[in-house]
Design a protein around this ligand. Structure first.
Ligand code: ADP
Length: 177
């Protein structure tokens, strides 16, 4: 991000985050309730660079963030090298294994590829601050939370797109100094 560009008026994280109202929901993984097949399908059906991991669809509390490339490699490895892994094997990002029937296929444990403290802001965080944090920490994305619930994601490209839109609509709204 160009250090010289500044947001002058109060754009908030909620104005830039994806998905927008009416768009398909955020693609998330759950920490213990998905199978290898479901995660493989999500990877095949999307192109996102990463996926937030939440407790469950009903309780979208953020657990961490996993990069697509790490997920792809780990699933390929598990399919190839881990004894007994099948499409119905559960994927676990949890620390402890949930109780499972002895006849269930072995779980694929992926906690080691989970970023447990992805950067988060709230819907009310001014974009000026978000941009500053992206620059200083060299972030690629950050997650947007409201009252503990995961609502959206902002990538570096989302910020650049938003800046370009603002410059088109109202060239005075961005300061080039
Ligand atoms: P980039 O913004 O660099 O192209 P991505 O390919 O990860 O990065 O994201 C493409 C778009 O999809 C961005 O607008 C981003 O906000 C959004 N996005 C990223 N990850 C997800 C996700 N897991 N679910 C829904 N939308 C996402």
């Amino acid at each position: 991000l160009e250090a010289k560009e500044e947001f002058r008026h109060k754009t908030l994280a909620t104005d830039v985050m994806q998905p927008r109202r009416g768009d398909p929901l955020l693609s998330v993984l759950t920490e213990s309730r998905m199978t290898v097949e479901e995660v493989e399908r999500l990877i095949a059906d999307t192109t996102y660079s990463g996926f937030p991991v939440v407790i469950s669809q009903q309780s979208p509390r953020l657990v961490g963030f996993v990069l697509r490339r790490d997920l792809v490699i780990s699933l390929e490895n598990a399919r190839r090298n881990q004894e007994g892994v099948v499409s119905m094997s559960p994927i676990l990002f949890t620390e402890c294994d949930p109780p499972m029937s002895p006849s269930a296929p072995p779980a694929v444990k992926l906690r080691s590829i989970l970023d447990l403290s992805p950067f988060t802001v709230t819907v009310h965080t001014p974009m000026e601050i978000v941009v500053d944090i992206f620059r200083k920490l060299g972030l690629r994305q950050c997650l947007v939370i409201q009252n503990g619930r995961l609502l959206g994601i902002i990538t570096k490209k989302d910020i650049l797109k938003h800046m370009a839109q603002m410059a088109n609509r109202d060239p005075d709204s961005i300061l080039f100094n």
